[in-house]
Write a protein that binds this ligand. Structure first.
Ligand SMILES: *[C@@H]1O[C@H](CO)[C@@H](O)[C@H](O)[C@H]1NC(C)=O
Ligand SMILES: *[C@@H]1O[C@H](CO)[C@@H](O)[C@H](O)[C@H]1NC(C)=O
Ligand SMILES: *[C@@H]1O[C@H](CO)[C@@H](O)[C@H](O)[C@H]1NC(C)=O
Length: 357
């Protein structure tokens, strides 16, 4: 008993140590204390960072401008990490991007599309009576999550999370994980959604239903810009869904109930510098002021006394924890950290519909 306890405390001590070290570990945050000690070293750091992220600037003037932005962003990262909070920030591909430009270029949830009354059409919620939820859930471990993708300089987050949620339910029902086409939604789902200009997941689920399915990524690859709609490719595979439902808003327990059964698309107020440079840990804000981005909730769990939800993002693997975000839950705020409980929804699929039908 005693030895078990001491092992427990040993582990606890180790966890606390490694947590605080992550805020200052150069291999995590992308800079060392020496790098930020003198301006010359910061300039060298900018040089090695630009090589790492293949940055090419149009002119020396542009380079000077971007260096200044880099310095400002680095300052924010260093100051935030010095506080040793529950999460840490790091240099990433967005480090030379001013925050306003970042918000305009890399997000893409258009909540305004939902109509003027601001509410969502009420749908049924099939998981309302779910009980005995598991202590933790991770759909990645169950093979229902494809590798992290990258939307690039295009406001297409809505298409990425729509697809991730469909990939999830399709694997759960059919046992097959298929990477599906964001580009098809960008090109063809244009009645209410706007490609790189933003969109909403429920419209995209409705499109997939109306279109009798969505192509695979392989058959309809991502271009990072809007193209013309190719329509049905004869003989190609499509994945169907049977419907979609909204998770009751401002209800953490409802999101967990849904998430215990499948990955869920989630809107988030992501327009903050902390979000732009999130590198790891359990995020608790700062947040943006409005829902402007979308992610896919793929699990939940707890560590070091923090309860969190695991979110898949679409900014490649160098952002966050290999492309993922852990965001705090259980804070008592009905709308959740960064409003994540406001517009969550998921596709449904009955087991008789497989390929095509
Ligand atoms: C944060 O952690 C570092 C390294 O463990 C330590 O040197 C520093 O004093 C801590 N800062 C605060 C504000 O606790
Ligand atoms: C307004 O909200 C109701 C549900 O409360 C919904 O049925 C209706 O479609 C919404 N109108 C618009 C324009 O979004
Ligand atoms: C759906 O059907 C397949 C094949 O019959 C089966 O392997 C799978 O377990 C079923 N999935 C669910 C969620 O019922």
């Amino acid at each position: 008993m005693e030895s078990k306890l001491s092992v427990f405390f040993l582990l606890l001590g180790f966890a606390a140590c490694s947590c605080s070290a992550s805020h200052h570990d150069p291999s995590v945050v992308g800079y060392s204390q020496e790098d930020i000690a003198v301006p010359n070293r910061i300039h060298d750091l900018f040089g090695s960072w630009s090589v790492k992220h293949s940055k090419i600037y149009a002119s020396p003037k542009e380079k000077v401008k971007r260096y200044e932005v880099f310095r400002q962003n680095l300052k924010h990262i260093v100051e935030t990490n010095r506080r040793n909070g529950s999460y840490w920030l790091g240099l990433n591909q967005f480090s030379d991007v001013p925050h306003e430009e970042f918000k305009a270029s890399y997000l893409g949830l258009s909540i305004g599309l939902a109509g003027t009354n601001g509410t969502r059409a009420a749908t049924t919620f099939r998981y309302e009576s779910a009980v005995d939820l598991p202590w933790e859930v991770d759909w990645r471990k169950k093979g229902a999550v494809t590798p992290v993708k990258n939307q690039g300089d295009c406001g297409s987050c809505w298409a990425f999370t729509t697809v991730a949620a469909v990939e999830g339910i399709n694997q759960i029902v059919t046992g097959k994980l298929e990477s599906l086409s964001e580009q098809e939604l960008m090109d063809c789902d244009s009645t209410f959604d706007h490609g790189c200009g933003g969109g909403l997941m429920d419209f995209a689920f409705a499109y997939i239903m109306g279109n009798q399915g969505i192509h695979t990524d392989e058959d309809y690859p991502y271009l990072m810009e809007e193209g013309y709609c190719k329509g049905k490719q004869p003989g190609s595979k499509v994945v169907t869904i049977s419907g979609f439902e909204d998770v009751p808003e401002n209800s953490e327990v409802s999101l967990l109930k849904a998430l215990a059964h499948q990955p869920v698309s989630v809107g988030i107020a992501a327009g903050s510098r902390d979000f732009q440079f999130y590198k790891g840990g359990v995020f608790e804000g700062t947040c943006g002021t409005e829902l402007d981005h979308a992610l896919t909730a793929v699990g939940y769990g707890s560590s070091d006394g923090h309860d969190y939800i695991i979110m898949k993002n679409s900014w490649g693997t160098s952002w966050g924890e290999h492309g993922y975000l852990r965001i705090k839950r259980g804070t008592g705020k009905p709308e959740g950290v960064c409003d994540i409980y406001k517009i969550a929804s998921y596709p449904t699929k009955s087991n008789s519909t497989g390929w095509g039908g």
